[in-house]
Design a protein around this ligand. Structure first.
Ligand SMILES: Nc1nc2c(ncn2[C@@H]2O[C@H](COP(=O)(O)OP(=O)(O)O[C@H]3O[C@H](CO)[C@@H](O)[C@H](O)[C@@H]3O)[C@@H](O)[C@H]2O)c(=O)[nH]1
Length: 387
């Protein structure tokens, strides 16, 4: 998810640095990713950890000195859980056209009326695109234009966040019975900042018709992967696997990491992504799936609508299948629904995920490395059995 965002950022000519802001303790996988992304994209990338979840506004406010070091004219803020074409250059050009080069720009897209309620909703001036009214996840319909969680700010945004911070701090000090857990440092960009900025000639929306989706649930990763693969077919066809003599059969858009070893009798696609060092045996069929690095699909396995986690092994003849959870294909504005795992006491049908277990397990069977699954029941096969 983040790699696509980093790649998009590096296409902005004067981009100097990328900062990842989060409240998670960095782990080995993140540190390793940062090192390899810096090498690949040749740009400094740093992870800044908040001491607590400070909200989208509070997080950038806390690290404002780091963001402003080097005196940038402007900077982008991207929600990490979205996939998109990331039209950052277009947003920059649009900001110059707005009349006020110090204005803030948010990316907007169209949703259908029902699903718009799950997002930030924007009412804008049809001619100038100024945001006149902003409501975060309204309970009744406000607008079909939704906030994509991709912003272009100038340093002036910190004055607005700072005002909210000061005000909240004052209010908390004056409270008669303060509840210790409420902090002035927690600031939400949407409710606390955008709602107040709307209608003040400061905030504009740049509408995109390009692809965009939230990646809130694990299931939406397969959908997001399809969107990126289809973008590759337009902009980077060289990244997609071709059908070549002596190679596996490729159907539709398929990505194969150069280090993966694929048997020529395997059939892959559409919408398949095969990671680093993956082994795919004879007669294997994979469709609508992501196979993460180090995984091994032994001969004649069938993997459909699933994510196979790092270093998993799927034994010979096993069938691993999930249920697709794509948006309604007949509605051009439909978005993917981020379903809860259980609804009315029942498991919501979803894709299958084989996870990697972080702690070493005592006796992993040779035919199975399944750490667990999300959206489908997990199971273990007896060691050595054809599964
Ligand atoms: N660093 C940091 N990031 C946070 C925090 N809380 C949330 N985030 C990140 O901020 C982004 C927005 O998450 P939420 O605040 O949970 O909002 P949302 O339900 O995803 O809705 C947002 O995104 C929609 C588009 O996907 C928008 O439509 C909506 O208006 C809003 O911006 C996500 O990438 C999430 O990981 C925090 O305390 N600290």
């Amino acid at each position: 998810m983040i790699q696509h965002q980093i790649e998009a950022c590096t296409k902005v000519p004067s981009m100097k640095e990328i900062l990842l802001v989060g409240f998670y303790q960095p782990n080995e996988a993140l540190s390793h990713f940062l090192v390899s992304a810096q090498q690949e994209f040749k740009i400094p990338i740093r992870y800044l950890q908040e001491y607590a979840a400070l909200g989208t506004g509070g997080g950038i406010y806390h690290f404002r000195d780091q963001i402003l070091s080097g005196s940038p004219e402007a900077f982008f803020v991207l929600n990490a859980d979205v996939c998109s074409e990331f039209p950052l250059l277009e947003m920059l050009a649009f900001q110059q056209q707005c009349g006020d080069p110090h204005s803030f720009v948010m990316l907007g897209t169209t949703a259908n009326r029902k699903q718009s309620l799950n997002y930030g909703c924007i009412v804008a001036n049809t001619e100038t695109c100024e945001v006149l009214h902003y409501v975060e996840k309204p309970s009744t319909f406000v607008s079909e234009i939704i906030n994509c969680g991709i912003y272009l700010f100038t340093p002036a945004i910190f004055q607005h966040i700072g005002e909210v911070f000061q005000r909240t701090q004052q209010e908390l000090l004056l409270e008669e019975s303060p509840n210790g857990w409420q902090r002035a440092e927690v600031i939400r960009l949407e409710q606390d900042i955008f709602t107040a900025l709307a209608g003040r000639g400061k905030l504009y929306v740049y509408k995109t018709d390009g692809f965009w989706s939230q990646i809130k649930s694990a299931g939406s990763a397969i959908y997001a992967s399809r969107l990126y693969l289809s973008q590759y077919s337009q902009c980077h066809p060289e990244r997609l696997a071709p059908n070549s003599l002596g190679g596996p059969t490729i159907r539709g858009n398929v990505y194969i990491h150069p280090t993966a070893s694929i048997d020529r009798s395997a059939v892959l696609g559409p919408n398949v992504s095969i990671g680093k060092g993956v082994t795919v045996g004879a007669g294997v069929r994979v469709r609508e799936s992501i196979i993460l690095h180090g995984a091994s699909l032994q001969d004649h396995t069938c993997v459909l609508n699933s994510i196979v986690g790092w270093d998993s092994t799927i034994g010979r003849w096993a069938r691993v299948e999930g249920t697709p959870s794509d948006p309604n294909p007949n509605d051009p504005y439909a978005k993917i629904d981020s379903e809860t795992l259980f609804r009315d006491g029942r498991l919501t049908p979803s894709i299958t995920i084989l996870g990697k277990c972080e702690t070493p397990r005592r006796s992993p069977g040779p035919g199975c490395g399944m750490g667990g699954s999300l959206g489908s029941p997990s199971w273990d096969f007896p060691a050595g059995s054809p599964s």
